[in-house]
Every structure is written in structure tokens, then in C-alpha cells.
Design a protein around this ligand. Structure first.
Ligand SMILES: *Cc1c(COP(=O)(O)O)cnc(C)c1O
Length: 345
């Protein structure tokens, strides 16, 4: 599949982000911004971490989901909404549906972790299971949507969702003032494109860099080739970035507003996740550590600059995190600004 970026439409503007911020005021948390003298010393820059792991439902996804539901007609909301997701979008949409009185149906694989099923149900959503081997989640969701008159809310490739995610960068800039560099993780590109729109409008000189796992580098390759690249079944510990490609809205926005894309290794993601837990006492999930990894591993350098880093979420199974950490061994420093480095054993 290819797409001509030159003719593509930029579907979301900063005015949409501003309008989203008004809808979210008093409903989404204004998440804290954290700093660390250790990080500043190691990177020789001034770093501001925007902590969306403290957002409602544990990730920024609540912003986009709520902004999307809030714009549906009363009738559409009463009929209900549907999404397919086993991740943070499911819980975000379930909570938004509860708050806006929209019955929510979530289509999940029948082998999804029990904790995720329970968390989604606890926000009042109806969970419909499908068999990964024999059914496609799109087909299951589409059939339910048609039968029940439900509105499908996509996790990233949907203008109201993109605008909602952009409020993360808007808040960060309001809180800390202008930035020289902003690092944002990238899966399907909803967070990155939304944040890039807001940043370009309010900090025009700021470099905006998207970060993705090396093992799921479709967006980076799409960015450089200016042709949409697809990875069928990306295998990375960063489950929030296991999307197969950017979308028809996010791709042109990223080409237009983002300055560069970089990738980080699986080991780098885990090292940075461990660092954030241990040093900043901030519980992030692997995907939530992607942007930090680009900085701490020296992939993006920023001497004497003011750097924003988005910690996108903190939903991680503690037992699984323990297993991941126990696979790491201390080895001598290679080429990282960290005083040590771990390799996967
Ligand atoms: C969904 C998600 C991402 C990726 O967001 P996109 O908008 O798909 O790029 C990153 N981190 C976390 C925690 C997520 O839930």
C-alpha cells in the first residue's frame, strides 16, 4: 500500500488540540512534570519528563478516547461505541464511555491477559472475545458495529483521537516554557502527530523526534522513504508500539511536522525502563520508556538544550517486569551516557 504524501490532507490543527484541551479540562489529569539532576548531569541537558503514566487508566490514551466520545452526537453515544484493543486504548475508551454514558464494547483476543480483561470490565465495558487463529478482530468489530449501531473508535488513526493526544505536549509547554527538543514514542503515531502539531504551533523552533523500537521500525522507514511501510507482526517488548503501520491521518501529519525518527534496541528499552523505576521511582511500561531510551542511550544528543520527554504510560504486569529485569546483567559501559549498561543475557 502506498500513499502520496504530497497530496495528503493534514486532518488535525492546533485549534483542534486547543478545543480538545477544553473538553478535557477538569476530567483528564494534568499530569506532573518531573526533573532529575542525575539525568541532567548524564545528558548535559535540562530534561523534563511528562508523566502520562499518572494519567487516568495509566496512559495518555484517555485523552484521545474522551475527546472522541465527547464529540459524538447524543444519539450515537446512547447507541454505544466499540474498539478492538487488548491494550491501553481499551481501558481508556471504557472509562470515557462510563463518564459520558456511552455503553462500550471492546473486542479482545481470547488469550489476552486476565488482568487486562478484568481491568477493562471494571470500567464497565462489555468484552467480546475472538479467536486469534480463526477470526479477524476488524471483522468481528465491524459486524458488531453494524448489528448494534455502534461507532468504531480507532486507537490512533482518527482526528479527534490525535487532537486529544496532542494535549500532552500542550500541557508540557505551558508548564515548562519553550523546549529545544521533544522526544515522543511512536506506535501508530497518534501521540506523536498530535504532540507535533501542538509543539510546532507553540514552540516553532523545537526539534520533534519520534522514537520507535528497532524491531518495529515501520514508521522510521515510512518517514525516510515517504512511502507507508507495513510490518505484519512486529516483535518487541514495547507492546504499545506493536502496530503494523502509521495511518492515513497520522502518516502525513508526521511527515509534515516531525523533524526526525530514531530507533532503539530492546535492551535499550529495558535499561531505560529500569533506570526510570530505580532512579526516578517512576513506574513506566516498556513503551513508556522508548523516548527516554533515545536520550539515555545517546542516540539523540542534546548538549545544553531544554528537552521534553514523554513517558506515555505505566501499565505493566509487575511479575512480567520482574522477569524482564532479572534477564539483565551488569556489564561495563559501552557508549551510553549512563554510568553503566546492561545487556540481555
Ligand atoms: C498506545 C501507546 C503508545 C503508542 O501510541 P500511538 O498513538 O499508537 O503512537 C505508546 N505508549 C503507550 C503507553 C501506549 O498506550
Amino acid at each position: 500500500m502506498t500513499q502520496s504524501p504530497a497530496s495528503a490532507i493534514l486532518a488535525v490543527t492546533d485549534a483542534d488540540v486547543q478545543a480538545a484541551a477544553q473538553r478535557l479540562a477538569g476530567i483528564a489529569h494534568r499530569t506532573p512534570v518531573m526533573t532529575s539532576t542525575t539525568v541532567n548531569r548524564l545528558t548535559q541537558s535540562e530534561v523534563f519528563f511528562k508523566c502520562e503514566n499518572f494519567q487516568r487508566t495509566g496512559a495518555f490514551k484517555f485523552r484521545g478516547a474522551y475527546n472522541a466520545l465527547a464529540q459524538l452526537s447524543v444519539e450515537a453515544r446512547e447507541r454505544g461505541v466499540i474498539a478492538f484493543s487488548s491494550g491501553n486504548h481499551a481501558q481508556a475508551l471504557a472509562l470515557a464511555g462510563q463518564l459520558l454514558k456511552a455503553p462500550t464494547t471492546i473486542v479482545m483476543p481470547d488469550d489476552a491477559p486476565h488482568v487486562k480483561l478484568e481491568a477493562t470490565r471494571s470500567y464497565g465495558a462489555e468484552v467480546v472475545l475472538y479467536d486469534r487463529a480463526t477470526q479477524s478482530r476488524e471483522a468481528v468489530a465491524q459486524q458488531l458495529a453494524t448489528e448494534r449501531g455502534l461507532t468504531l473508535i480507532p486507537p490512533f488513526d482518527y482526528p479527534p483521537v490525535i487532537a486529544g493526544q496532542g494535549t500532552v505536549a500542550k500541557e508540557l509547554l505551558e508548564e515548562v516554557g519553550t523546549l529545544d527538543l521533544l522526544l515522543v514514542c511512536c506506535g501508530g503515531g497518534g501521540l506523536l502527530s498530535g504532540c507535533a502539531i501542538a509543539t510546532r504551533a507553540h514552540a516553532p523552533q523545537c526539534r520533534i523526534i519520534g522514537v520507535e523500537p528497532k524491531q518495529a521500525d515501520d514508521a522510521t522507514r515510512s518517514f525516510y522513504s515517504r512511502t507507508l511501510q507495513v510490518i505484519d507482526n512486529p516483535k518487541t517488548v514495547a507492546d504499545g508500539a506493536r502496530t503494523t503501520s502509521l495511518g492515513q491521518y497520522t502518516f502525513p501529519l508526521i511527515l509534515h511536522y516531525v523533524d526526525d525518527m530514531v530507533t532503539v534496541s530492546e535492551a535499550a528499552i529495558l535499561r531505560s525502563m529500569f533506570f526510570l523505576w530505580e532512579r526516578l521511582k517512576v513506574v513506566v511500561e516498556p513503551t513508556g520508556a522508548l523516548a527516554t531510551a533515545a536520550l539515555l542511550e545517546g542516540i539523540v544528543r542534546s548538549p545544553s538544550q531544554r528537552v521534553g520527554v514523554i513517558l506515555s504510560g505505566g501499565n505493566v504486569d509487575l511479575a512480567q517486569a520482574g522477569k524482564l529485569f532479572s534477564q539483565m546483567q551488569k556489564t561495563p559501559k559501552v557508549r551510553s551516557p549512563l554510568p553503566w549498561t546492561w545487556e540481555l543475557s
